[in-house]
Design a protein around this ligand. Structure first.
Ligand SMILES: Cc1cc2nc3c(=O)[nH]c(=O)nc-3n(C[C@H](O)[C@H](O)[C@H](O)COP(=O)(O)OP(=O)(O)OC[C@H]3O[C@@H](n4cnc5c(N)ncnc54)[C@H](O)[C@@H]3O)c2cc1C
Length: 440
């Protein structure tokens, strides 16, 4: 699929070899400005591998490359790592990748290992409960705060790796075959390989011809409750199934509890960021639920409450663009936004990053065996068969959980739920990969 040229470029000055004059840290430990000799137009940086986006996919890819001895530069539009936000639940596939990157044991002491899952009806009746290890001894379910995950990745990267305040605004191919990234501050970065890890509204994916993700008909409100003196919860996930509405909560640490509500909506609706409005809206949505979740919402810190319309994009064979176009490739949500119903979006972004890093590192270290572009194609072949079914499955699970008809919901809760085997429900968390080994 040819890369579309619709992504705007204001002006383009030819990328030229340059010599670094100095590197200087400015203020924030993570903010590093590179000063370079510029021969045409504004600043021009020349890099081998550029990662766009310092989210989970971007930092995990850069760290996996770093572990394999391959340097990359990460461009992030924000002026620091994302500090707000809630938590994610990672399953054993995510934790195995984090271990391979050498950060799993930095994270584990901060977060509770979740033992089981209880499903309740909206009148508080227990419908079903499972213990993860009874079903699969190797399962590991543990939430992680997004902020801590990003900071941990960043702390393992060489200090000059992330360039903040570097919003990508344009992409173009140069005459020498490199990809030129234009940033909002006027800087241009010329790269041999560009890895788009720029999330669900990825400008890189747009430039490659991907359509916008589709709204799936429900929105989530989520938050992180804080109990300074400790919360009383057992280390279990609690789900509450309603009609066109569901909720859940899980302890993250001894003082923090993650919660979410998911409600049907005909459209993504206006973007509401005021935490008081979101808290009030959440309380109204579940006003008649006799559950601890009311108290959990009450304890939520304002900077952790977010509303998100849920989106996905199905990667139809032959119809969807390829994950790579020449020397540009997409990873994580930029490639395969999926609904959070299986808790696999970030886990799959981690999987992507380790697979891509291995392919790229072997092409860098052994260019006669495989070109860089073939390495990107090989990444897509390996990952597509994993990602496409998971995206569909997550969507279908969401559709069943958001059913509204009371009779159908009763069959779901009182018949179908009793038949489900947790082991097969979590089969997708089995993921094998090659260890990160530096072949250089
Ligand atoms: C409600 C909800 C619950 C979820 N729960 C889970 C869960 O329990 N488990 C799980 O595994 N997954 C979960 N997910 C999915 C998970 O959050 C995503 O899959 C994951 O964050 C994707 O990471 P990413 O790095 O690809 O994208 P992002 O985290 O979105 O990072 C993209 C980065 O790119 C930067 N960027 C964007 N545009 C530009 C630009 N133009 N220039 C420079 N930088 C740019 C952004 O600032 C950001 O830092 C959930 C998602 C939602 C919506």
């Amino acid at each position: 699929m040819a890369a579309a040229s619709s992504f705007s470029l204001h002006h383009w000055s030819r990328a030229v070899p340059l010599s670094w004059t100095r590197l200087r840290r400015v203020g924030n430990r993570n903010r590093l400005i590179r000063f370079c000799t510029v021969r045409a137009g504004g600043d021009v940086l020349k890099e081998d591998i550029v990662v766009v986006g310092a989210g989970i996919a971007g930092l995990a890819t850069s760290l996996s490359l770093h572990r394999l001895g391959v340097k990359s530069l990460v461009l992030e539009q924000a002026d620091s790592l994302r500090t707000g936000g809630t938590s994610l639940t990672l399953f054993k596939n995510g934790w195995r990748v984090l271990d391979e990157m050498g950060v799993g044991d930095d994270l584990r002491p901060h977060f509770v290992e979740i033992q089981g899952m209880m499903v309740k009806s909206d009148d508080g009746r227990e419908l079903r409960s499972f213990r993860f290890k009874d079903e699969d001894k190797s399962q590991e379910v543990r939430p992680v705060e997004r902020r801590v995950l990003l900071e941990t990745f960043a702390s393992h990267l060489p200090p000059e790796t992330i360039r903040f305040s570097s919003k990508l605004t344009g992409i173009k191919k140069s005459s020498d075959g490199e990809t030129v990234l234009e940033l909002a501050d006027g800087t241009q970065v010329s790269a041999k390989i560009v890895i788009g890890c720029d999330g669900i509204r990825s400008p890189v994916a747009k430039w490659m011809g991907f359509s916008d993700p589709n709204f799936v008909g429900h929105c989530a409100i989520r938050g992180l409750a804080y109990y300074p003196d400790g919360h009383p919860l057992e280390p279990n996930v609690t789900y509450v199934y309603g009609k066109g509405l569901r909720a859940g909560y899980v302890p993250v640490s001894s003082t923090k509890v993650y919660w979410f509500l998911c409600f049907n909506s005909p459209s993504p609706g206006p973007r509401i960021t005021n935490p008081s409005i979101l808290k009030e809206q959440s309380r109204q949505i579940i006003w008649n639920w006799p559950l601890d979740i009311q108290d959990i919402i009450y304890h939520t810190a304002d900077d952790t409450i977010i509303q998100t319309p849920l989106m996905d994009r199905w990667l139809w064979p032959a119809l969807s663009p390829s994950a790579s176009s020449g020397s540009v490739v997409v990873v994580g949500d930029a490639w395969h936004p999926m609904t959070p119903n299986l808790g696999q979006g970030a886990c799959c972004a981690l999987e992507d990053s380790i697979v891509l890093a291995q392919k790229l590192a072997s092409a860098v270290n052994n260019p006669r065996a495989m070109s860089l572009e073939d390495a990107l194609k090989s990444y897509e072949r390996e990952r597509w068969s994993r990602i496409f079914p998971l995206t569909i499955r997550a969507n279908l699970v969401g559709a069943v959980l958001q059913l509204e008809n009371p009779i159908v919901c009763s069959v779901r809760d009182n018949v179908l739920l009793k038949l489900v085997r947790l082991r097969s429900m979590l089969e997708h968390t089995n993921f094998e990969f090659e260890p990160l080994q530096n072949s250089g």
